[in-house]
Write a protein that binds this ligand. Structure first.
Ligand code: SF4
Length: 283
């Protein structure tokens, strides 16, 4: 049977918060009997944007990640719930029953992703329910999906084996896979949050003037083996991304017309700008 999944592309999110506002517009003050009680005006973030800054001046990157309930296949919130207060529908959507869950504050702490919020006024644990009330009325898109101007979100119904194929093909990842919860919310370009980079700049100096050295091949080695190569861009910048933090010693290498092979070794901790290197003159 096909079940709902959501693909979120981190590379396309610009932090405009239209998705956050669409979620607020849908749920704040609105009651959907059998689906959800009204979200309070303040304090809840059923769908929100997290940010991650990597690197150092002048090579700094900020990435944004919409975050919400993952509608896990092996959901701890479902496993720990009593009396059917949290359950998974046949179409994969994890629901908190607004009647059966009333007064059960423990539900709010059952999610390892902190995706559940406690509504003091309603005495109810609440979260984003994949806009189930809209999908059941025949809507083809989620509110966030409609509201996003850059196409960050893509909801799709697929059988699990098909979703596995899509995830592999598109290099999708889930949040904290080590938990074994098997989320139905998948991320594209999640490395922008979880991995690190090494950057720097090559310049060519002539008559006291420094000019960007573009189109130069720079290589990155680890344990004597080349693991990446990159060409400097029009500003002389190069970048090696997708590295694990605190992953040991690396060597940077490039060939200079005057100096021949140049290399520098360093211990790598987290995203770093190594500085400006002279491509053609003496260091
Ligand atoms: Fe439950 Fe949290 Fe998984 Fe959502 S993300 S299904 S609230 S365990």
């Amino acid at each position: 049977m096909e079940q709902w999944n959501l693909i979120i592309d981190v590379a396309k999110c610009h932090n405009c918060n239209n998705c956050f506002l669409a979620c607020k517009d849908e749920y704040v003050g609105n009651n959907f009997p059998g689906y959800s009680a009204p979200q309070p005006l303040h304090g809840h973030k059923w769908l929100f944007i997290e940010s991650c800054e990597r690197g150092q001046m002048p090579m700094v990157e900020v990435a944004f990640r919409p975050t919400t309930c993952n509608h896990c296949r092996q959901a701890p919130c479902v496993e720990q719930a009593t009396g059917g207060s949290v359950y998974q529908r046949e179409d994969g959507i994890v629901m908190i029953d607004p009647d059966k869950a009333r007064g059960k504050k423990e539900i709010a702490s059952s999610c390892p992703y902190d995706a559940i919020w406690w509504n003091e006024q309603e005495q109810l644990a609440q979260k984003w329910n994949f806009d189930a009330h809209l999908l059941d009325q025949g809507h083809s898109q989620l509110r966030a999906e409609q509201a996003c101007p850059t196409g960050v979100f893509r909801s799709l119904k697929a059988e699990d084996h098909e979703m596995e194929r899509i995830a592999e093909e598109q290099e999708l990842q889930v949040l904290r896979p080590e938990l074994g919860t098997r989320p139905r919310v998948y991320y594209k370009n999640l490395d922008w949050f979880t991995k690190h980079y090494i950057g720097g700049t090559l310049v060519s100096e002539a008559n006291g003037t420094a000019v960007a050295a573009s189109g130069v091949t720079v290589r990155l080695e680890k344990d004597g083996v080349q693991i990446q190569s990159a060409q400097t861009d029009q500003f002389g910048d190069f970048k090696f991304d997708g590295l694990e933090d605190h992953s040991g010693r690396y060597t940077l290498q490039y060939d200079s017309p005057r100096q021949g092979r140049c290399e520098t070794s360093f211990e790598f901790n987290e995203s770093v700008y190594l500085g400006i290197f002279s491509w053609s003159d003496s260091p």
